[in-house]
Design a binder for this molecule. Structure first.
Ligand SMILES: [Ca+2]
Ligand SMILES: [Ca+2]
Length: 448
């Protein structure tokens, strides 16, 4: 691993762990009273309002530009790291024309144009190139500085091979970064193979990042180092994801941590946690067969029937369907979850808003191995030693779960060209609440 920031592992600006949890993120929708605002009032009053809004906006923008210019000119910010000071002849890290205050507006449009070309799909070789001037890292840092604009590229790590580093965009005022680790065969260290095909997500306060005042290349390297497996041990409150879960598992085996995540409360024993019943399915937490048709709530949803009335789950109004155009799959997800697809279908999130998220990553399976062989190679174990069972769905797919039951690897029966990795990442401190939702997503998964 790189030790680029070893002397400076802790950000100078303290990041409050509680605020950095993905589960604390709320998703806002437009209040009803605003949705129809355009339908009332006269044309004159609308014009008048428009003038005020546009005029106010221009004054605000001018103020922000002046302020940014002043801050830049005065050199008020100081680098806080051990990194060599910024030379004045170079491009400033934050351009005055793109103040951070505009980040919320740019976030939406950035989602539309995000591809790997945003940072060239660059490949940075950590052992040879210069961290501070590498084009990919500079590009990534600039996009973070300009409001956490989504971007992605690859970094070559001597132990892990090609790691993908992505900036996924703003979540309210936090910048969400993700590292994806490669397949097991590409990871040099046996000890580190446990991180194969996993990811870690970390949230950074945009204000905190900008106050670090690194050069863009330095900033991206800082994010990388903070997000890497070096820094995502059990005590790191900034990061979530399966790489974190796996580091906790390792710590547990090493006797460093005693408590495993607890299953969420299921008061009526119908396979749906109380939270699944209240937040997703509108069923009774104390009645295992809410609609009294002789089938338990859990049995109904797992077979894609409506637990709260007659008919199919698809027609219940409780779930939505996501079509992935790039890989041609369709999957159900709870309507109460918030869908985000900012990497063109490669990496899709379904945020629960109450307890973590479910993510679907798509991986290559060029030799069309069956799921057990593929998984065995992934974890570096002979297929005969894999103890988890391979299950089939009604849609001609096979899947296998990770030992912790939070990640499922899905492909066509007999082996398709792609592997779909569905992972539920619970809230860091919370119980496991959405395993049945994860299973429903697997059961509904279909290739078109
Ligand atoms: Ca229940
Ligand atoms: Ca029922």
């Amino acid at each position: 691993m790189f030790n680029f920031f070893k002397k400076n592992k802790q950000p100078t600006v303290a990041l409050a762990p509680a605020e950095m949890s993905l589960a604390n993120i709320e998703f806002h929708t437009m209040p009803e009273k605003f949705k129809n605002a355009g339908g009332t009032g006269t044309a004159a009053s609308k014009k008048f309002g428009l003038v005020i809004v546009v005029g106010g906006g221009l004054i605000l923008i001018a103020g922000v530009v002046l302020l940014s210019w002043y801050v830049y000119q005065s050199g008020g910010k100081k680098p806080v790291s051990q990194i060599a000071p910024v030379e004045q002849s170079e491009t400033p890290a934050v351009t005055p024309e793109a103040p951070l205050e505009s980040a919320e507006q740019t976030d939406t449009s950035a989602a539309e144009d995000l591809t790997e070309k945003d940072c060239g799909g660059g490949l940075f070789n950590g052992s040879a190139a210069d961290y501070e001037t590498d084009a990919f890292l500079v590009c990534l840092g600039e996009r973070i500085n300009n409001g956490c604009l989504p971007a992605a590229g690859k970094i070559t790590d001597e132990i892990f091979g090609e790691i993908k580093l992505s900036v996924l965009g703003l979540r309210q005022d936090k910048c969400l970064a993700q590292i994806d680790y490669p397949d097991a065969y590409a990871i040099a260290s046996d000890k580190m193979k446990i991180y194969a095909n996993t990811y870690a997500q970390c949230l950074y306060g945009l204000g905190d990042l900008s106050s670090l005042n690194y050069q863009p290349g330095q900033l991206a390297a800082y994010i990388y180092e903070q997000t890497s497996v070096n820094n995502i041990g059990p005590d790191n409150g900034n990061c979530l994801g399966t790489a974190v879960d796996r580091s906790r598992e390792q710590a547990k085996f090493a006797g460093e941590e005693e408590t495993a995540a607890q299953a969420g409360v299921d008061a009526d024993g119908d396979l749906l946690t109380d939270l699944e019943e209240t937040a997703v399915f509108a069923t009774n937490i104390n009645k295992s067969d809410t609609d009294g048709d002789g089938y338990s709530d859990g049995a109904e949803v797992l077979n894609l029937y409506n637990p709260a009335g007659a008919g199919k789950l698809a027609d219940s109004g409780l779930i939505a369907e996501y079509l992935n155009g790039k890989y041609g799959y369709v999957v159900f997800y709870p309507k109460s979850f918030h869908l985000e697809d900012q990497l063109g279908g490669d990496n899709v999130f379904f945020f629960s808003g109450v307890d973590g998220s479910i993510q679907i990553l798509t991986q290559d399976n060029p030799d069309k191995e069956d799921i057990k062989s593929w998984y065995a190679r992934l974890v570096g174990t002979p297929a005969a030693d894999i103890t988890q069972t391979v299950s089939a769905t009604k849609n001609n797919l096979e899947y296998i779960y990770s030992p912790d039951g939070l990640t499922a690897y899905v492909t066509l029966s007999g082996g398709g060209g792609k592997i779909f990795v569905l992972t539920y990442s619970p809230e860091e401190s919370g119980a496991i609440q959405f395993k049945t939702v994860l299973q429903i997503m697997i059961n509904s998964f279909q290739l078109k």
